[in-house]
Design a binder for this molecule. Structure first.
Ligand code: GFB
Length: 321
């Protein structure tokens, strides 16, 4: 692994693809400290699934650096019920951006993986070397295959064209600008919404999908943004790099913490007819830790920020409409 040749962001034109998503918005917040020019395009201005449009946009705006934070994402139910959208949208977005970046001689590009790229029963904690060592979790195999293809594309373009394209591998994320949707979102936004509704409607029952026993590691999205800037400026290597918090909880413990943060005092009702997904997903983040980066936000603190954002930006608007 090479960590040599630091890359300077100051003065560069950096394109954050997907700046309105949870990760992209956190990156834009974090990059304001780097003195670079941030380029963005909304979905209405540029559909990343259309190759000719992406190539024309990159030719016209000439970014020197790119972070691919754009992806079609969702929780366990969205992943298993819309497989074609998950595989098509993500393969197209990654391929189009990576290829256009190569053609326009972008100096540095970073792509993001997902914790579902590792085998369902990979040894825990999962090191970078666990990739492609066993069968995937069926509920999110479509998204996983697309993300693995993106990581492999960075390696292929590095090998054939000498592009400095790297990949970071975040654990399960949460924070401001998350997708809040009871069926389609990940567990944290879903539980924040449900607990808020139960509290405000004085309900005594909060439904939790599955058994409550699966374990997940969660990373606050502003910590991830900090890690991405860290890797962008200090890492240059073919292998993807895990980015986790090291803080692992069961879904039951998560639900209890969410209830405390929201102020919901009723009971938790586990619905076994909903899937658990993989029993455990903990990243081994020893490599980025050894380079000198660590997460700093505790789950309880991050949940409070995410909940306040939800109340101000989602619940308030729903109540007003
Ligand atoms: O966050 P989540 O949807 O995704 O679910 P995964 C995590 C765990 O929380 C599962 C449980 O065991 C769910 O059964 N859970 C409990 C809930 N209550 C709820 C709820 O109300 N909503 C949701 N969504 N879950 C996703 C992948 O896996 O994680 C993606 O599908 C991606 O591909 C992403 O990798 C990071 O951690 O199981």
């Amino acid at each position: 692994m090479s960590t040599t040749s630091p890359y300077r962001l100051a003065g560069k034109r950096l394109w954050v693809a997907g700046h309105r998503g949870m990760v992209g918005a956190a990156l834009v917040r974090r990059l304001k400290r780097e003195n670079c020019e941030i380029l963005t395009a909304t979905k209405a201005e540029l559909d990343l699934r259309r190759q000719a449009d992406v190539e024309a946009w990159v030719r016209a705006h000439r970014p020197q650096a790119v972070i691919v934070a754009a992806a079609m994402v969702g929780g366990i139910h969205a992943n298993s019920s819309r497989p074609a959208e998950f595989i098509y949208d993500n393969l197209m977005i990654e391929s189009n951006v990576v290829h256009a970046a190569m053609e326009q001689k972008v100096e540095k590009l970073m792509l993001l993986g997902s914790s579902c790229i590792y085998p369902r029963l990979a040894e825990q904690p999962m090191t970078e070397a666990a990739l492609l060592t066993g069968p995937l979790e069926p509920t999110n195999q479509w998204y996983a295959i697309a993300k693995i293809a993106g990581i492999k594309a960075c390696q292929a373009y590095r090998e054939q064209y000498g592009c400095d394209f790297i990949a970071a591998q975040p654990t399960n994320l949460y924070g401001p600008n998350d997708k809040f949707d009871l069926e389609a979102s990940h567990v944290i936004p879903a539980l924040l919404m449900k607990a808020h509704h139960a509290k405000t409607a004085n309900l005594n029952r909060l439904e939790i999908w599955g058994s409550g026993t699966p374990k997940r590691e969660f990373l606050f999205v502003d910590d991830l943004a900090d890690a991405l800037v860290f890797l962008m400026t200090r890492y240059s290597g073919a292998e993807h790099v895990n980015v986790g918090s090291g803080e692992e909880v069961t879904i039951r413990e998560l639900a209890e913490t969410v209830a405390r943060v929201v102020g919901y005092r009723g009971t938790l009702a586990f619905n076994a007819s909903r899937p658990d997904g993989p029993p455990r997903k903990l990243l081994d983040s020893a490599r980025i830790n050894a380079m000198g980066w660590r997460a700093t936000t505790s789950l309880a603190d991050g949940l409070k920020v995410a909940y306040d954002w939800f109340v101000a930006n989602v619940a308030a608007k729903t109540a007003a409409s």
